[in-house]
Design a protein around this ligand. Structure first.
Ligand code: URA
Length: 279
C-alpha cells in the first residue's frame, strides 16, 4: 500500500476507525500479530504520523501580513467610518464574564460586517472544556443559525472530533470541546477576513480563551493561526509541533473546508489530531 493519504493506524477501536473512515482517512491495519508478539499500542495511542510536513503546492497560499494589535508606538490605522462606530475597549472586553461577552458580541458594530450579518456567531460547546477549537469565520449556514460550524465543514469537524473521542458538548462517550471563530460575523460572500476585521474581533476570541482556560487549542486554518500565533508562515511549515498562545499549547492544522477541497491532506490533519491527543 503506498497511497499518500492512507494512514497506518494502530490500536484504534472500531468507533475511531469508523470515524476516520468518515473523515475519508483510509485505515490500514496490520495482520494479527503471532501469539507472543508485542502487545498492540493502547487504544488512545496516536497513529504513526506521516513524514514531517513539507511545504506543498497544494497548501493554502501564505496570506498577506496581518497587522499586530496596536501598540503605543505603532497605532493601527482606523478607517474614518469605523472610528464613528460604537466600540468596546479591549480592557472592557478583558473584564467580561460569559453573559457580558455574549451580549457585547451580539451588539458589536465595530466593523462593517455588522451591516451584512443576520446573526453574530459567538461560540458553542463546553465552556469548561480542556480543548478549544478555533476556526475562521461564519459562513452562510452559521450566519443563519448563529452557531459555528453547522455546514459541510462542520460535519467534517464533528467527524474529526469523534475520531478523537470528542464532541461539541460532553457526552457519556465523548469529551466536550469549545468551538469559536476568529470572526463572529460572516464576511459577505464568504470572502477572506480582512486584517482590520480580525483585529477588531481579536479581543473577543482572547476573552473566550481566557474564560475557557483550555489545556490545548487547535487552530484550524490560516486565519486562526494568524490571529493566535501572529505569523504568516504557511500551515505546512507550522504543523507538527506545539506552539503557544498566552502560555496555552497550540496545535496547528488545516481548516475542515480546505480538507473538503483537498482530501489528500486529511491524513496530515489526522496526524495533527494525534499530536493534539498526545499533549
Ligand atoms: N468555517 C469556520 O471557520 N467557521 C465556521 O463557523 C464555519 C465554517
Amino acid at each position: 500500500m503506498s497511497a499518500d493519504d492512507d494512514t497506518w493506524v494502530h490500536g484504534l477501536d472500531a468507533r475511531q476507525r469508523a470515524m476516520l473512515a468518515e473523515m475519508g482517512v483510509k485505515v490500514w491495519a496490520p495482520k494479527a500479530a503471532p501469539v507472543g508478539a508485542d502487545a498492540p499500542a493502547p487504544a488512545q495511542a496516536p497513529a504513526r504520523a506521516p513524514a514531517p510536513p513539507t511545504p506543498s503546492a497544494t497548501e493554502p497560499a501564505a496570506p498577506p501580513a496581518r497587522p499586530r494589535p496596536p501598540t503605543a508606538s505603532s497605532p493601527a490605522p482606523v478607517p474614518a467610518e469605523a472610528a464613528a462606530r460604537p466600540h468596546t475597549s479591549r480592557a472592557d472586553v478583558a473584564a467580561m464574564d460569559w453573559p457580558a461577552l455574549r451580549e457585547a458580541v451580539a451588539q458589536c458594530r465595530a466593523c462593517g460586517l455588522c451591516q451584512s450579518r443576520r446573526n453574530t456567531v459567538f461560540g458553542v460547546g463546553d465552556t469548561q472544556a480542556d480543548w478549544m477549537i478555533v476556526g475562521e469565520a461564519p459562513g452562510e449556514n452559521e450566519d443563519r443559525q448563529g452557531e459555528p460550524f453547522v455546514g459541510a465543514a462542520g460535519q467534517l469537524l464533528d467527524a474529526m472530533l469523534r475520531a478523537c473521542g470528542r464532541a461539541r458538548t460532553s457526552e457519556e462517550t465523548a469529551r466536550g470541546v469549545y468551538i469559536a471563530n476568529v470572526l463572529k460575523c460572516r464576511p459577505p460572500a464568504n470572502r477572506n477576513p480582512a486584517p482590520e476585521e480580525v483585529q477588531q474581533c481579536e479581543p473577543f476570541l482572547a476573552r473566550q480563551v481566557a474564560l475557557v482556560q483550555p489545556r490545548l487549542i487547535i487552530a484550524m486554518g490560516r486565519f486562526a493561526v494568524q490571529s493566535l500565533l501572529q505569523t504568516t508562515e504557511p500551515i505546512g511549515r507550522l504543523r507538527g509541533r506545539v506552539h503557544r498562545y498566552e502560555g496555552v499549547p497550540v496545535i496547528v492544522t488545516y481548516h475542515p473546508a480546505y480538507l473538503l477541497r483537498t482530501p489528500a491532506d486529511k491524513a496530515k490533519a489526522w496526524a495533527d489530531l494525534c499530536l493534539a491527543m498526545d499533549q
